[in-house]
Design a protein around this ligand. Sequence first.
Ligand SMILES: NC(=O)C1=CN([C@@H]2O[C@H](COP(=O)(O)OP(=O)(O)OC[C@H]3O[C@@H](n4cnc5c(N)ncnc54)[C@H](O)[C@@H]3O)[C@@H](O)[C@H]2O)C=CC1
Ligand SMILES: O=C(O)C(=O)Cc1ccc(O)cc1
Length: 362
Amino acid sequence: MNELQARTRGSVHVIGAGLLGASVGLGLRERGVDVTLEDLSPTTVALAADYGAGRVRTADDPAPALVVVATPPDVTADVVERALAEFPGSVVTDVASVKLAPFLELASRGIDLTNYVGSHPMAGRERGGAIMARADLFTARPWVVCRDHETPAEALALVEAVALDLGAVLIEMTPEEHDRSVGLVSHLPQVVSSLLAARLVPATEQAIGLAGAGLRDTTRIASSDPELWVQILGANREPVVELLDALAVDIAAFAEALRDPTRSGAKRRIADLLSAGNRGVERIPGKHGSSERFTTLTVLVDDRPGQIARLLTELGELGINMEDLRLEHSPGAQIGFAEIAVLPEVAERAIEGLAERGWRTL
Ligand SMILES: NC(=O)C1=CN([C@@H]2O[C@H](COP(=O)(O)OP(=O)(O)OC[C@H]3O[C@@H](n4cnc5c(N)ncnc54)[C@H](O)[C@@H]3O)[C@@H](O)[C@H]2O)C=CC1
Ligand SMILES: O=C(O)C(=O)Cc1ccc(O)cc1
């Protein structure tokens, strides 16, 4: 086992040993953190323990330093309340996909929330369950932490230590900011993807047989668990309904323009909406060739064995860290393109260094 030094001090108790809970357990166990597991389902606890996500809590175990509540959103407030009562000296966090509803629910019950810090890792999979868990689920993914001014520094530090031990990138937000943001980047895409995929149900085999990457890209998350999403969307309905209403206006405008594209201004309206999409997609972090944070160099690569390996080695020798790589090559063509994303401040040095070594960049 790769026991890297853990930032997390003390033991962690996970309540809800499904996809998220077991993934937290697996990742922390890799760091040598003592993890105990609990679930309504004894089979889920046994499975998660068998996978190496932790062990069953015993009556002799001292209170954990941190409790991670990874149960469905509709029971999150209840489970957090119970954890705060059962472990009064422990910090309690949850990983539910919505942050305002559980917080307001807890606050309305008059519970002391000093030791509660809501959080949300922006990482998941289409299917839940311990069997789908992965130790690296959170690697390089944002992990939102919702503190308030009364959150003790040690409580915040403990939740942050767990997120960092799991390889995540910390982001602080208020519950309201969080829910608005995920409404746009996670909940609206889920609805659109599901509704789009639902159009395929009555389609002929012949039509479905023509499906390619475009349809796969836009419908991947339509395989998500409806039960979980009914809860998430219900708990974040205000921002999501607002976004859906705005999208419906755009869809109606698009259809109207397309109904008679010969009408004056119609083609421009269509082009404007499509190019707004181009600008939007370019803002997605990590999307190829797009991130504002990186400069993309296109390097011409001869279609000979070992060329890409040589290019990467030589970039390494130049001390250039590659942030992203995309290869483009048409079968049969004598040349390919390696699109390499680098930090803007090293782009010029990379171009010069590569030119000196005989590479052609566009
Ligand atoms: N699935 C995803 O992609 C993501 C989910 N989340 C959030 O993580 C939380 C868990 O989701 P998943 O791990 O996907 O679900 P899951 O269904 O894989 O696991 C949830 C587990 O909680 C257990 N459980 C339910 N009620 C309980 C209770 N009262 N006490 C103890 N255990 C209980 C269930 O038996 C189940 O094993 C949810 O709040 C969800 O919003 C956050 C990020 C991504
Ligand atoms: O598939 C994806 O793009 C995800 O990132 C999944 C996901 C689902 C629910 C969340 O609350 C957070 C992340």
